[in-house]
Write a new protein. Structure first.
Lengths: 113, 114
């Protein structure tokens, strides 16, 4: 299994509070991604990174920010959590070869009350 | 990206081969076929991918028809731990850092029975 660790695995927070989710990889892969998975919507890309300090928006980036200060860590921050951000969040990594597959972490289940 | 069609569910017997079909009749020449599975409460797990040749790894075999309009994932000796939702995805990397846009559809719910 790809060396991807997401923390925390579960979190409950209140509306309006900031939340940071962490993704840590041991594969030294350049590309890292944050997805959310919701019933009826499948997996949707939030943000991705193509190197240290290099990030870009995905299809559902509003309300989220990311940072990557080290190759191994990719942080997802909800600046002010809302109930619509209740979801399961998955981090993924990818090798450099074109069409390399994604490898996913085991997710963080976030509940915003 | 091309759309895929998979059976909603299927059962298979433990120890037997599981053959999971996928139709992707609108696949374009540079699109790869990827298979992932998701076991309840875990992240999607990559299984295998291919372009036009059959592929095999330690988990499964992927058989792609000559016209590339369909494929079959074969789990050679299904175990109870193979019970999961299996997703067939066709996609291509557009050459940017966003990589492949993976659209996970409904997938096939596979139940391996003792």
């Amino acid at each position: 299994d790809a060396g991807i660790t997401q923390s925390p695995r579960h979190k409950v927070t209140e509306t309006g509070t900031p939340v940071t989710l962490r993704c840590h990889q041991t594969e030294n892969h350049r590309y890292m991604y944050w997805y959310r998975q919701d019933p009826g919507h499948g997996l949707r890309l939030i943000h991705y990174s193509y190197g240290v300090k290099d990030t870009d928006k995905g299809e559902v980036s509003d309300g989220y920010s990311v940072s990557r200060s080290k190759t191994e860590d990719f942080l997802l921050t909800l600046e002010s959590a809302t109930s619509s951000q209740t979801s399961v969040y998955f981090c993924a990594i990818r090798g450099t070869l074109l069409n390399s597959p994604l490898h996913f972490g085991n997710g963080t289940r976030l509940t915003v009350t | 990206d091309a759309k895929t069609t998979q059976p909603t569910s299927m059962d298979c017997a433990e120890g037997r081969a599981a053959n999971l079909p996928c139709n992707h009749s609108t696949i374009s020449g540079n699109e790869y076929v990827y298979w992932y599975r998701q076991i309840h409460s875990q992240g999607p797990q990559y299984i295998i991918h291919g372009l036009k040749n059959n592929e095999t790894n330690e988990m499964a075999s992927l058989i792609i028809t000559e016209d590339r309009k369909s494929s079959t994932l074969i789990l050679p000796h299904a175990t109870l731990r193979d019970t999961a939702v299996y997703y067939c995805i066709v996609s291509v990397n557009q050459g940017n850092a966003a990589g492949n846009k993976l659209t996970f559809g409904g997938g096939t719910r596979v139940l391996v029975k003792p």
